[in-house]
Ligand binder design. Sequence first.
Ligand SMILES: C[S@@+](CC[C@H](N)C(=O)[O-])C[C@H]1O[C@@H](n2cnc3c(N)ncnc32)[C@H](O)[C@@H]1O
Length: 368
Amino acid sequence: MEFEVKITGYDHQGRGLGRINNKIIFIPNTMINEVVKVRITKDKKNYYEGKVLEFIEKNINRKENICKYYPACGGCNILHLPYQEQLEYKQDKVINILNKYVDTNLNIKSIIPSDKQFNYRNKVTLQTDNNNIGYYNKNSNNLIQIDKCLLLDENLNEYIKTIENKNNKIVLRCNNNKVLDNDSYIIKEIGNYKYKVSLDSFFQINDNVTFKMYEKIKEYVNSTKEDNILDLYCGTGTIGIYVSESANEVLGIEINKKAIKDANENKKINNITNITFISDDVSHVINKIDFKPSIVIVDPPRAGLDEKTIKCIIKMKPKRIVYTSCDPMTLARDLNYFKYYYNIDEITPFDMFPNTYHVECVTLLNIK
Ligand SMILES: C[S@@+](CC[C@H](N)C(=O)[O-])C[C@H]1O[C@@H](n2cnc3c(N)ncnc32)[C@H](O)[C@@H]1O
């Protein structure tokens, strides 16, 4: 069946939303105020999902014909929105989630934009099939062959053209004009620090926004030479090293052994003597460490913090917690634990991933 729907807003995945007989419908690649003819692709108890058959009224600000693989490849979700509208969408998303699930009086700052809307990604994972190279289609494992991707650093796009062996998954990462495709490493520079990164270690995707975000983390950490700082989910030690100058001691914990190997090299490269790293699962080791932090930094994966880790942090009574999150929903869940013991003083969103629905947030919590 076909229906005519007016788009009145967006959901957390950047899909337009409207209503059919009062039941909500989510429709990808639509924009507010557009009127579309849709086919229902999923009929659930409380909502529909739909696909555009025809645009009856288009938003005059819609960006079109930017990428021939959009929206099929699934890498971008909101490429059709002008950048300012993308930023407004992400700002509203953070405000809506945190107001709804945590508190309506939070101090949420304006989102910090990315200087680059395209060519910002320093890493890519490509799939291969039958000597073709590309991304998997959003909803299937069908390969969308690509010659280049607008989100990738130009050095990665140039490198993709030269790949001959198209038989396995291919992971690439770059620094200036060096592209890493094997078991070696590259050196990344953020602010005054140099970081050695292997292909398997986590490193933030967008260098320009990473710099802005690390500066904000440092401002929120606001430490002195007296402070002992615990850096949980520390990756290659980047944030701990970034704040180490104003600290007595820093302890970083990270599960990925290779990342910890990089972190120890990074300590040497940057001549830092007051930082130590432990390779372990945060939730296994946090109640066993002999370290009394005055400040705790956390930067967990999308799933956020587990209950045991939250309880251990609260028990340690640091005067400050600086929480970097890549998912406002799990951030909201975790802030609901902390809020009884800590004031949620400030939240700054960052646009680490332009043209996608993803948004990073850095939150400052001070003990009550
Ligand atoms: C979002 S990244 C942050 C890395 C680092 N703070 C940075 O800015 O580059 C999250 C990190 O948590 C690590 N990780 C995931 N689960 C973990 C766990 N249970 N214990 C310790 N580290 C974990 C991942 O390997 C990854 O390096």
